[in-house]
Design a binder for this molecule. Structure first.
Ligand code: AMP
Length: 188
């Protein structure tokens, strides 16, 4: 079993690359952002609790996302592994995920490196194309700030454990995908 975390700031291309890797490697693609947006659109209990937090670009409570991930990881048995997208975003979430996967395989981190000007450009374009309400300028700034404060420190956590693989996330979708493929080839 192979498990991966696609990692990087908002706008790094995590969702796009995770989708491609999921198909190529028969992984279940689990995006907490997508799962949370579904809760909001269905106006479930959780959806109502998280919608304002998401609209601001702040982080939802660890307990909520941990529970969502736990449910997904325990029900699925059909795939060769998982690719987590947008999770973990805090050290607590990272520790929680390792506990959940301890009996399977600890995930490797595929980190997409993109400079901040490019991130803002991509997020603004995505807001226009997909109408994601959190892709507006003010929320984008907050999400990048939250990433720096809460999520980037995970890179040290994983580097320490020799689970970190970083690639240049700039260029075309195919160029970035090719770099990821190369790295994965080395560990197979
Ligand atoms: P994303 O689609 O990954 O950019 O996530 C959209 C929003 O959902 C984020 O700005 C957060 O408000 C929330 N969210 C997604 N994943 C997490 C997570 N792992 N921890 C906390 N909040 C999350």
């Amino acid at each position: 079993m192979f498990n991966f975390i696609i990692f990087g700031p908002p706008g790094a291309g995590k969702g796009t690359q995770a989708e491609k890797l999921a198909i190529a490697l028969n992984l279940l693609h689990l995006s907490t952002g997508a799962l949370l947006r579904e809760e909001v659109s269905r106006q479930t209990n959780i959806g109502q609790r998280v919608q304002d937090i998401m609209a601001k670009g702040s982080l939802v409570n660890d307990e909520i996302v941990d529970e969502i991930i736990k449910n997904q990881v325990t029900i699925d048995g059909r795939n060769a592994g998982f690719i987590f997208d947008g999770y973990p975003r805090t050290i607590n979430q990272a520790k929680n995920l390792d506990v959940l996967l301890a009996a399977k395989a600890l995930p490797l981190i595929l980190n997409l490196e993109v400079n901040v000007d490019e991130l803002i450009k991509r997020l603004v374009l995505r807001g226009q194309a997909l109408g994601r309400t959190d892709d507006n300028e003010e929320t984008i700034k907050n999400r990048l700030f939250v990433y720096e404060q809460e999520t980037r420190p995970l890179l040290d956590f994983y580097a320490h454990q020799k689970r970190l693989i970083s690639v240049n996330g700039q260029g075309t979708i195919e160029e970035v995908y090719g770099r990821l493929e190369n790295e994965i080839e080395k560990i197979k």
